[in-house]
Structures are given as structure tokens and as C-alpha cells.
Write a new protein. Structure first.
Length: 202
């Protein structure tokens, strides 16, 4: 990982998520020709760029807690009037009632101790892009509790997970909350097994 500019660089998980979105491109274009798309944690901006190309007629919003990531994404997508950029933590900038047709999140999924996670949350720098706390699930679990309020009834959410995050447990939790979850893509990245899950309401 480079990150010399203070932003999580496009990596194996980034390209896996882009490949998953491109694989679903026809489905996404057919279903969401208009509406709102959201990337939580835009990092380098490459996923937001890919999403904005897939659903060109929709409005996409890119968010991150790291101001350098928001600046970098804005620079990458300069000139795209259908994309907006927000510095915030997850959904904190959005009023209750706003609904997104597509939500995409490549979360901080690396297992870390509580102190490392706390430092990342406080610093809001590049470490916030990977420090995930116990089992890499602490940020993920907060997101899973929150995204439900912001996903449109017929919307879809894409989430990247690591094997250590216990994806089966995540799927079971989502099923209990009324979601159908499908593994749309998985890939080995070194010693890591990565997954992209797609969530839809039943």
C-alpha cells in the first residue's frame, strides 16, 4: 500500500468492487436509470468514477471522513456535474428521509485492537480506511445498522468483506433484518479472501 498522499490507494479490493459493479452494469442501468447513488468511503475515487459511468443519468454522491480523500475524488471526477462530494462519517450529513437507490461501501475491514480503531476514528486520516476493530467488524456493524434507513425500498447495497469479517454471519444478520444477500464476486488477494455482497430488501 502506497498512500503517500494520505489517501487509501486503489487496491485489490477496489478493483474487485469495480468489477462487481461492472458485472451488474446492465442490471443497474435497467433498474436505476435515475435516482441517487452513494459511495461511503470514496478513498481514491475510482469506485465513484466507475459507478458514475455505469449510471450516467443518476446523481452520485461520494463521501469520506478523510478530507484528503474527498479532495482527491473531486479532482478525479472534475467536470462531472452529476457527482457531488461530502466530507462526513457514513450517513451523518444526510437528513432522515433521503433515499439512495444504490449504496456502495468498501469498509475498513482489517481486524485491529480497540486502541488502533479509536486512533483511526479520531485522526480521520488514511488509517480510517482500513482499521476495523475486533474481527474488522466494528465499523461494518455500525454501517449495517444505519444503511437500512437510507436505502430505497427497491434499492441495492454493495459491501466488500474479508473472510475474517465472518461474511456468513453478516448475511444471517441481514436476512433477519429483511434483506436478501447474494455474493456477486469473490477473489483471492494474496492470503486474503475478499467478497462483494449485494443486499436487496425481500
Amino acid at each position: 500500500m502506497d498512500g503517500a498522499d494520505g489517501v487509501y490507494p486503489a487496491s485489490e479490493d477496489t478493483y474487485l468492487l469495480i468489477d462487481a459493479l461492472q458485472q451488474d452494469a446492465e442490471f443497474l442501468r435497467h433498474r436505476f436509470s435515475k435516482g441517487l447513488g452513494l459511495e461511503v468511503g470514496c478513498g481514491s475515487g475510482e469506485v465513484s468514477e466507475a459507478l458514475s459511468k455505469i449510471i450516467e443519468t443518476a446523481v452520485c454522491i461520494s463521501t469520506d471522513v478523510n478530507p484528503l480523500a474527498v479532495i482527491k475524488t473531486r479532482g478525479l471526477l472534475k467536470g462531472r456535474t452529476s457527482v457531488d462530494f461530502v466530507l462526513c462519517d457514513m450517513f451523518s450529513a444526510f437528513k432522515p428521509g433521503i433515499q439512495f437507490e444504490i449504496i456502495v461501501f468498501n469498509p475498513p475491514y482489517v481486524p485491529t485492537d480497540d486502541n488502533e480503531l479509536q486512533r483511526a476514528l479520531e485522526s480521520r486520516d488514511i488509517s480510517a480506511s482500513w482499521a476495523g476493530g475486533r474481527e474488522g467488524r466494528q465499523v461494518i456493524d455500525i454501517f449495517l445498522d444505519e444503511f437500512i434507513r437510507f436505502l430505497a425500498k427497491d434499492g441495492v447495497m454493495y459491501l466488500v468483506l474479508l473472510e475474517a469479517n465472518k461474511p456468513i454471519e453478516v448475511i444471517e444478520k441481514a436476512n433477519r433484518a429483511g434483506f436478501l444477500v447474494r455474493t456477486v464476486m469473490k477473489r483471492k488477494a494474496g492470503i486474503e479472501q475478499l467478497y462483494v455482497l449485494r443486499f436487496q430488501q425481500k
